[in-house]
Design a protein around this ligand. Sequence first.
Ligand code: URP
Ligand code: ZN
Ligand code: ZN
Ligand code: ZN
Length: 507
Amino acid sequence: MLIMETSSQNRLLIKNGKIVNDDGMEDLDVYIEDGIIKQVGRNLIIPGGTRTIDATGKLVMPGGIDPHTHFELEMMGAKSADDFYKGTRAAVAGGTTCVIDFVLPQKGQSLLEAYANWREKADGKVCCDYGLHVGVTWWSPQVRKEMQQLTTEQYGINSFKMFMAYKDAWMLDDYDLYCAIETCAELRALPQVHAENGNIIARNTEKLLAKGVTGPEGHQLSRDEEVEAEAVNRACVIANQASSPLYIVHMMSRSAVRALQQARARQRHVLLGETLAASVGTDGSHYGNSCFRHAAAHVLSPPLRPDPATPQALCEALADDDLQLIGSDNCTFHEKDKELGKNNFCKIPNGVNGVEDRMAILWQKAVNTGIMDPCRFVAVTSTNAAKIFNMYPQKGRVAVNSDADLVVWDPKLERTISAATHKQAVNFNIFEGQHVVGSPQYVIVNGRVCLDDGELRVVEGFGKFIKTAVDSPAVFGSAPAPAAAPAQLDVSHVSNGSPSPDLGNMT
Ligand code: URP
Ligand code: ZN
Ligand code: ZN
Ligand code: ZN
């Protein structure tokens, strides 16, 4: 039950900090009332009795937006351990104030029914605001109609995820993928793909098992970089044929990034790429660990890569705008669930932690090393997600009238990441033992101080569902949608090369 706070508790002044937005930094104070930023400036005149946070030496940034989580997801015979309470509580602890989870219908299940299930699971539990993407895991005229319904004001969905892997579960063949992407283009919704070649993975898995390779090391061996890069390229080609923008989730390798760069050079529509905290924060060497629990805990798809240059290359891709954002793909499983694959790597439920450590890991790997500046950090952890998923400038910006979702970031705060102290539901952390410098000191969710000088004070059910409208200007440009559906055969896609996505001019 939510207890209404007295009005003076609904007012907050953050003084003496340095505000960081994606396009600049400035020493300014921020005044918040009733969950909204009301004033930004110096020498603000504010009501008496307002709580003041002194942010001297700290950065005041938009709260993180994690565009990729899976809370309470049933997959591969198990259910992910972080539910919408524990998952969003961990998010807030790490500086993230909004997550976007995936509704994933079973094959044959109504998308509307799955959407209703997800809202029911999440609404009463979330500690911060959240949005939803919807998976298109099968194809039929009904699915097409439900996609249209989901993009209306009533449901508030503007993105759909399709899988090119998980054969016999969520995978679509190329014909169905083309239909789904084409439908997104007609609806001015953003198609997202999980890019891996599911047929190659299936055959490689058979061959590895026949040779007696049953342990977690088989996971990476069955799906190397080429298997990811091929699917990235194919997804881009299909999107081009459908005259559609495209968003590739969880890009895990240098080969995949190269494939996206090459497609961008020849295609007209916006192509967006997301990487993960896991892939910038650790690597595929863990699959060789002789401890099953340890190796299996790192199993996600696409997998972590053995190439030790991968984490730095992905940070550089984020810095250079080859990739636009970083998510967590948080999908944690208890040890007993990972053990479903004890004798067969392809039965290990796929997923890792990251929702809590995403911001600190990227800060450590990319800002502390000089690969990116704090403005780009804000862009890839928050603002770009807000723009792409049409939540901007309500979210993703420190500015008057934006939601008071803020992080007071202490760039000097030192800590060591550990399952012993994290807030996630599982007792394993893929970043165990990593020393990071830079973490949140205060996290403000809709004006409420939910991390208070390091003390976590979240409220279950305090968050709300954010409906997102289609036709995001960051994806489809600012020109009005054409009256006729655009996804007929369109000869213009054989043209001069697409712009690198321009997420910069939207203030
Ligand atoms: O291994 C992963 N990524 N698990 C979550 C499901 C998905 O493919 O995103
Ligand atoms: Zn995926
Ligand atoms: Zn171990
Ligand atoms: Zn995922």
